[in-house]
Design a protein around this ligand. Structure first.
Ligand SMILES: [Zn+2]
Length: 324
C-alpha cells in the first residue's frame, strides 16, 4: 500500500494537514478560462479551490511566507496563491474570483510580454503546430538535426527539448521552423495567447494583487550567458517599477525547475534587490532557501488540489526521498 493510500485510511486529509501544518503550501497557476478550455483552470474550478483552501488555511502573500522562511519561524497552516506569466486571462477570469474572496495573490509578470515586445516562445511553437497539424513533425525533421535535437512525436516533446538548448539557438530554430512551414508568426500575440496590458496590471496592483517580476522575455535563464541573465532580471524589475511606481521585490524563475536556473541566476536575483524567488516544483523539502521557494501545481482538478493543499503530496514526496 502506498503512503498516499495509507494516509487516506488513517484519516485522510485532516491527518496529513496536521502533520504538515508547518509547511506553507504555495500554489502556482498559469492559464484561466471562462469554461473548461484544456490546459486552463475554469472560473468555477478556481472558485471551488479557493473556497476549500480558505476553509483550512490562512491565505497570505508569498512575500509574507518568504519573510517567515528567512526568520526560521513558519506560521501554522498557511498557504499562498501565485500566478505566472502575465496572461490576460488572469485579469478576465481569475481576478474577479480572487476579488470576490478578498484574498491576497501574487502575479509574476513577464515585462516584455506585457510591453508587447514579445509573446511567449512556446505559444509561438503551439501556433505553428495548430496551423500545421498534418505536416508539423515531418517538415521540422531536417531542422531538428541541424539544431542537435532528437526526433519528436509531439508538440510537447519539441517544447521540452527546446528548453534544453541555448536560448539564442531556440529563437533561431523557431524562426526557421516558421519559414520551413511557410507560416509567418504574427508580430502581436493572437488573442488566445495575449498578455494583460499595463492598465490592467496597474488595476490589479491597485486592488491588492502583488505584482512580481518573471524576467523580460521568459527565456530559460540557465540557457543564457550571465550577462543576459542579469539584463533579463534587471530589466523586468525596472520596467515594472516604472509602470507601477512602486518597488518590486518578488521574483519567479521562468519555467522554474532546478535545471532552469543556476547559482549565477540566484546571485543576479539577489543583487538586483529581490527579497526572494520562487521555483516551480516541490520535492518535500520545506523551503530551505528563500531564493528557491518551492511551489505546488495540482490545480487542474479539485481532487489533486485537495491532495496538495492538505500536504499529502508533501508527505509522499518526503517518504520517497527517505527511501532513495
Ligand atoms: Zn512562466
Amino acid at each position: 500500500m502506498s503512503l498516499k493510500q495509507r494516509l487516506y485510511e488513517m484519516g485522510g486529509h485532516s491527518l496529513s494537514r496536521f502533520l504538515t501544518r508547518s509547511d506553507p503550501i504555495i500554489f502556482m497557476y498559469h492559464r484561466f478560462s471562462a469554461n473548461n478550455t484544456p490546459h486552463s483552470v475554469s472560473k468555477a474550478l478556481l472558485e471551488e479551490q479557493l473556497a476549500y483552501l480558505s476553509k483550512y488555511k490562512t491565505i497570505t502573500s508569498v512575500l509574507a511566507i518568504a519573510d517567515t522562511i528567512k526568520d526560521g519561524h513558519n506560521a501554522k497552516s498557511v498557504s499562498a496563491i501565485s500566478i505566472d506569466d502575465g496572461y490576460a486571462d488572469f485579469f478576465h477570469y481569475a481576478y474577479p474570483v480572487i476579488r470576490k474572496f478578498n484574498l491576497p495573490a501574487t502575479f509574476y509578470v513577464t515585462s516584455g510580454f506585457v510591453n508587447g515586445d514579445i509573446w511567449m516562445w512556446y505559444d509561438q511553437v503551439d501556433y505553428l503546430h495548430q496551423k500545421n497539424l498534418d505536416n508539423f513533425v515531418p517538415s521540422s525533421n531536417e531542422l531538428l538535426v541541424t539544431y542537435g535535437l532528437k526526433t519528436i512525436n509531439s508538440y510537447g516533446e519539441l517544447v521540452s527539448q527546446l528548453k534544453s538548448i541555448a536560448n539564442s539557438d531556440k529563437l533561431n530554430f523557431i524562426e526557421e521552423l516558421s519559414s520551413s512551414l511557410k507560416t509567418p508568426i504574427p508580430e502581436q500575440a493572437p488573442v488566445e495567447y495575449q498578455a494583460c496590458n499595463w492598465d490592467q496590471v496597474r488595476e490589479l496592483h491597485k486592488n491588492g494583487i502583488t505584482i512580481g517580476a518573471h524576467s523580460h522575455t521568459h527565456p530559460i535563464l540557465s540557457q543564457c550567458s550571465p550577462n543576459v541573465q542579469n539584463d533579463e532580471i534587471q530589466q523586468s524589475k525596472s520596467i515594472l517599477e516604472n509602470q507601477l511606481q512602486t518597488e518590486i521585490v518578488d521574483f519567479c524563475y521562468p519555467n522554474g525547475m532546478t535545471c532552469d536556473y543556476t547559482d549565477e541566476t540566484i546571485k543576479a536575483v539577489k543583487e538586483n534587490g529581490f527579497s526572494y524567488a520562487v521555483a516551480a516544483f516541490t520535492d518535500g523539502i520545506t523551503h530551505p532557501d528563500p531564493y528557491q521557494i518551492r511551489r505546488h501545481g495540482g490545480v487542474s482538478s479539485i481532487d489533486e488540489f485537495k491532495n496538495h493543499s492538505s500536504g499529502i503530496e508533501v508527505l509522499s514526496r518526503r517518504a520517497r526521498k527517505m527511501k532513495a
